[in-house]
Design a binder for this molecule. Sequence first.
Ligand SMILES: Cc1cc2nc3c(=O)[nH]c(=O)nc-3n(C[C@H](O)[C@H](O)[C@H](O)COP(=O)(O)OP(=O)(O)OC[C@H]3O[C@@H](n4cnc5c(N)ncnc54)[C@H](O)[C@@H]3O)c2cc1C
Ligand SMILES: NC(=O)c1ccc[n+]([C@@H]2O[C@H](COP(=O)([O-])OP(=O)(O)OC[C@H]3O[C@@H](n4cnc5c(N)ncnc54)[C@H](O)[C@@H]3O)[C@@H](O)[C@H]2O)c1
Length: 443
Amino acid sequence: MAKTVIIGTNHAGLAAANAILDNSDQEVVMIERNENFSYLSCGTALWVGKQIDGVDGLFYTNREDFEAKGAKVRTQTTVESIDFDGKVVHAITQQGDKVEESYDKLVLATGSIPISPKVPGRELENITFMKKYEEGQNIDQMFENENVKNIAVIGAGYIGVEMAEAAKRRNKNVLLFDALDRCLPNYYDTWFTDDMDKNLADHGIELHYGELVKEYKGSDKVEQIVTEKGEYDVDLVINAIGFLPNNQLAKDHLELFANGAYLVDRHQQTSDPDVYAVGDCATVYSNALQGTTYIALASNALRTGIVAGENIAGNPVESPGVQGSNGISIFGHHMVSTGYSVESAAKFNLDVKYTDIEDTQKPEFMKENDSIKLRIVYETGSRRIVGAQMSSTTSDISMAIHMFSLAIERQVTIDELGMLDLFFLPHFNQPYNYINKAALAAE
Ligand SMILES: Cc1cc2nc3c(=O)[nH]c(=O)nc-3n(C[C@H](O)[C@H](O)[C@H](O)COP(=O)(O)OP(=O)(O)OC[C@H]3O[C@@H](n4cnc5c(N)ncnc54)[C@H](O)[C@@H]3O)c2cc1C
Ligand SMILES: NC(=O)c1ccc[n+]([C@@H]2O[C@H](COP(=O)([O-])OP(=O)(O)OC[C@H]3O[C@@H](n4cnc5c(N)ncnc54)[C@H](O)[C@@H]3O)[C@@H](O)[C@H]2O)c1
């Protein structure tokens, strides 16, 4: 019987395991360093910001679910090295016992590692990342402590903005830093981030943009952070300046992308045909870019896991690629985006134009009505849609961004979108939907 070993059993590894176990009778061995399975870090800010009742719902499966399907599950076991010629994985248990597993196919699902700012004082206590469940527990306890008053969040990307909101909801003084001059610069244009920055400031979050941390000061615990512009008293620092792929185990054996991610094809196969890579440790194919890139998202982890699992199970499945669709909701202000913003398109050398609309979602006579901002980004020559960004106080916009994701995948042009049949009912829409209106107004 063919045997597959999966290293890392968070979202990507679990999806791969399910796909193999559900579609074949292969032997599957799952190896995971942590004790827990399937921690949805996406819900951390909701948990530590006390918007949900506790952490329990953030785990969606457990080892028993996989053992019931016939998998051998090794938790609290760390893979130390892989013999790619002999096809053997070498691991060590928390008790120090050496473990070996041979394989026919190997799935690398080792995820990502938060980037560590290389500044003096980084070894001080009360400086943390926010990725693992244990880090969430630690932050939750720190928020509970009344002596912990001043929180510095470094990086105003997705994690940073969500953690800043969570800390504010726990009545802390929050200082949010970013190297660039605004929040969420990787996902949205200024037209959107200006509103989010106002929202953050209106809720009492101190914004320190374009301000790099140079040093952490303190005796045992961090007490101050020093930037180019000043010195601030802090009791807790949360570092959130991005992820790097965790390529430790195979970086000397496999072909890598520019940032070190395992380079995979549309079947999630690496440069070694018996080794697949999925989730945050691997590249993705971007339909907007029409090329390979790196986008660390749970949604990508799940889909890439399924693709690898199906292929290993014997069903040749090709990934349709991704758009990097994402969303954020802070103090009731929702923003969603897919593909590239105008700014990020420029970084990837895509020549684009855009069309904007600011409108109410429903006809003016409707009582409950939210205003919506939409920007559609399209390629100058081909006119295919390569991105969209939306913001509103209604979560309905999340459904609209899914349509833009499909439009990018299917290479729909801005002109085709103008005449797209979008229904009208006052409860939902205006007679001319804002999407049609924006597309028809395109240059
Ligand atoms: C706070 C936070 C909020 C987020 N919110 C969202 C969101 O709202 N939406 C979204 O799409 N994405 C979100 N993300 C990103 C998302 O969590 C990641 O993209 C996703 O976790 C990637 O899944 P993965 O399985 O590839 O990797 P990981 O989750 O990194 O899991 C990798 C696993 O491999 C194990 N492992 C690594 N090395 C070894 C080894 N040598 N031996 C054994 N085991 C090993 C690790 O212990 C880990 O369990 C968020 C991330 C964070 C931190
Ligand atoms: N809602 C969601 O979909 C969601 C939520 C959380 C995390 N995630 C994903 O998890 C991954 C990691 O999130 P993240 O927030 O760490 O990364 P990010 O890329 O979203 O943001 C990192 C931020 O740090 C800033 N930065 C970089 N170096 C800096 C420095 N030295 N000093 C100050 N600022 C610096 C960048 O300008 C950027 O704004 C991303 O792929 C993200 O998309 C997604």
